[in-house]
Write a protein that binds this ligand. Structure first.
Ligand code: ADP
Ligand code: MG
Length: 683
């Protein structure tokens, strides 16, 4: 490191004079930054009584020359900044040259330091900023700085201190954040003699996340990496099923600096729309990197506030990176169904074209054009059960069509987004102890995509050719399956082994078993609702409507009544043809084709409510309305469902196509053999 010099006063004046020493945590932050700037690869922080009586930071960095020790404690003494221009493109973390001066002014300090090339170190003692003599001493390479009795001479400041536990927690938080932004450095924190944090410093962010945020958090993550224009985004976000009760597990960095930013939080959370349970928040360790000139440097560097020169590219980069990683994580190993899959579905548009060709009256239910009351609800993905005769002559649950599937509608960012294959499964190291108390690090290979429904990752080539085999079923289900003609796709190779469907319980949950000895419980309504929602959302066409023989009179509350009249066109798009009948009543002549007529009034009422709630957010309104349509048209818990239909749902879940219902509730729950054995005290 270059020699320490006093800043020219005009440069010093440029720098916002900030209170460096607010509390023990701010001292630790400054001292950690110094150690990092000194090139340390291992840093130990020790504190007692929340850091108020004792703080010691030891690093193995470059050290300070004996003759420079007193200089380091002078105001505006720094080795890191020479000119005003340096301010704009500051590379190191600290640049005010006042931390040591400010800290030593309000405490008793002992500093020991030995430079790498030096045989002997030096020490210096300061009381309230007044330095003693530099003396020679034996000490390890690097710097140890010990702060005692912080604020001993400023009782006013002392009064602001919270309880030791709160100050200690704040120090812990700082060490956590610094560790998460420097995975290549090993950090250790000892609180009143016990080790509370230790990161291995192996350069892997996941190792640091594991050590700093805990095992459970680390194993419930999806890795993300992407960029949009100049903005790069990298890190980990929680799987939607691992939502948290608060935003406390959102840790964000901009150019390595820990920040709190509503913009970044909004971008992150927007990416979880329709995936996360209400009241839950995603966790993350997010690193956003962008050219320094795009970050507003006038914000005080010690604060966690961040401002961007332009918000939109930052928002977009975070949003699209997180979203595409979540999309990919939802269906990582799901083989793309081949074009002629019997499970093919068609859009309303395609159906209309086919129907027109076949001169089949729109609104009739399949099978030769006769109108049937739809005994078996259809639940493959088309937006309506109104569809042509199933090509394989199978039950109404399967619709066959040669129609090409729509490409996934993924927004494209003006810059490029690089999806990086999730690296879950890659080994990372965690700290541990041997039985005799020695510290060691263990290498852990997390189970690849533990929560994912599909067991194996496949190569891109395999993805295009393989298909999940249909679900095996038992007893009655087997019988039904055997009655079905063999779909030709069954002969296709190399899909994951099908789950064995054991049966249905409580008329709600499907029980299955997979090859890895896991038991799955699938909520049939949630699963079907998700399928319906995705299909509806992907299709911009109006929903298929069916005319009622007799119009239905629906009485509504005053507000809902006027909402229905005001949004007649929107409602028509959703399959409802309504007409004002006066006095709070509307006449409904057409209802969505896949809604039971008994449910029509309730559905309309719910749509009206949502239109009222979402007045301010028309974009969100569509999703909300689709939720209702998906929910009302899905098979319901407590209803009888044919084994073939259940099997079709299982197949979708196994393929990883659906994981949460549109409200973010899980569609499937996995119980490993080990978990079951634990319940029975076998393990
Ligand atoms: P700044 O970090 O802004 O330069 P400080 O008051 O924090 O100001 O530190 C003053 C100087 O002391 C630094 O510029 C650096 O040269 C030296 N220094 C402080 N801490 C260490 C350390 N742990 N290892 C090596 N040098 C250090
Ligand atoms: Mg500093």
């Amino acid at each position: 490191m270059p020699n320490i010099q006093c800043l020219p006063s005009h440069v010093a004046d440029l720098i916002a004079a900030g209170e460096v020493v607010e509390r023990p945590a701010s001292v630790v932050k400054e001292l950690l930054e110094n150690a990092i700037d000194a090139g340390a690869t291992a840093i130990v922080v020790e504190m007692e009584r929340g850091g108020l009586t004792y703080l010691r930071i030891t690093d193995n960095g470059c050290g300070i020359a004996p003759q420079e020790l007193p200089t380091a404690f002078l105001r505006h003494a720094t080795s890191k900044l020479r000119t005003a221009q340096d301010l704009a493109a500051i590379g190191t973390l600290g640049f005010r040259g006042e931390a040591l001066a400010a800290i030593s002014a309000v405490s008793h300090v002992d500093i020991f330091s030995r430079q790498r090339e030096s045989d002997v170190g030096a020490m210096l003692h300061l009381d309230g900023g007044v330095a003693g003599e530099v003396t020679e001493t034996g000490c390890p390479e690097g710097t140890t700085i010990c702060i005692r009795d912080l604020f001993y001479n400023t009782p006013a400041r002392m009064k602001f201190m919270k309880k030791d536990s709160a100050e200690g927690a704040a120090v812990h938080g700082i060490v956590q954040h610094v560790a998460l932004s420097h995975p290549q450095i090993s950090f250790k924190l000892l609180r009143d003699g016990s080790e509370v944090l230790y990161t291995p410093g192996d350069g892997k962010l996941l190792s640091a996340v594991y050590a700093a945020m805990g095992r459970e958090f680390a194993l419930g993550l999806v890795d993300i990496k992407g960029c949009g224009g100049d903005v790069a985004v990298e890190g980990y976000v929680s799987r939607p099923l691992n939502g948290h009760g608060t935003r406390g597990k959102q840790v964000m960095f901009v150019n390595g600096r820990f920040v709190k930013s509503q913009l970044l939080t909004a971008a992150l959370e927007e990416a979880y729309r329709n995936r996360l349970m209400k009241g839950k928040f995603p966790g993350c360790v997010l690193h956003v990197t962008l050219p320094p000139e795009l970050v507003d440097v006038n914000v005080h560097p010690a604060k966690t506030v961040v401002k961007f020169v332009s918000d939109k590219p930052v928002f977009d980069a975070v949003y699209y990176t997180v979203r595409s990683a979540l999309d990919a994580a939802e269906k990582p190993a799901a083989p793309e169904p081949p074009k002629e899959n019997f499970y093919r579905t068609m859009t309303v548009q395609q159906y209309r074209e086919t129907a027109a060709e076949e001169k089949k009256p729109v609104g009739s239910y399949g099978r030769g054009g006769t109108v049937q009351p739809s005994p078996a609800r259809s639940f493959s993905t088309p937006p309506s059960p109104v569809r042509p005769v199933p090509a394989q002559g199978m039950s109404g649950a399967y619709a066959a069509s040669p129609a090409a599937e729509k490409p996934a509608q993924r927004p494209v960012l003006s810059g490029e987004i690089h999806d990086v294959a999730p690296q879950t499964g890659e080994a990372f190291t965690v700290p541990g102890h041997t039985p005799d108390g020695r510290q060691v690090t263990y290498e852990i290979t997390p189970p690849a995509r533990e929560e994912q429904t599909a067991p194996a990752q496949e190569t891109a080539a395999e993805k295009v050719t393989s298909v999940p085999e249909p679900v095996r079923q038992e007893s009655a289900a087997e019988q039904t399956a055997m009655d079905l003609p063999e779909p030709e796709q069954q002969v296709l190779q190399s899909g994951p082994a099908p789950w064995r469907m054991v049966g249905e319980v409580l008329k709600t949950y499907i029980i299955c078993e997979d090859e890895q000895e896991n038991v799955w419980l699938i909520d049939k309504h949630a699963a079907h609702e998700r399928i319906r929602f995705d299909a509806l959302k992907a299709d911009p066409q109006p929903l298929m409507a069916q005319s009622l023989l007799e119009p239905l009179a629906v009485s509504l509350a005053a507000e809902e009544y006027s909402a229905v009249l005001e949004h007649e066109d929107t409602l028509r798009h959703f399959g409802f043809d309504c007409e004002d009948f006066g006095d709070g009543t509307v006449l409904v002549r057409e209802i969505p084709a896949d809604i039971r007529s008994g449910d029509a009034a309730a559905t309309l009422e719910e749509l009206a409510k949502k239109l009222l709630e979402q007045r301010a957010d028309p974009a969100g309104a569509r999703d909300e309305l689709l939720h209702t349509m998906a929910c009302k048209s899905a098979i319901k818990a407590g209803m009888n469902t044919s084994p073939a239909e259940l099997a079709a749902l299982v197949e979708k879940v196994q393929a990883g196509e659906i994981a949460y219902c549109p409200h973010g509730r899980p569609v499937a729950v996995k119980l490993s053999k080990y978990e079951i054995e634990k319940m029975f005290k076998r393990a």
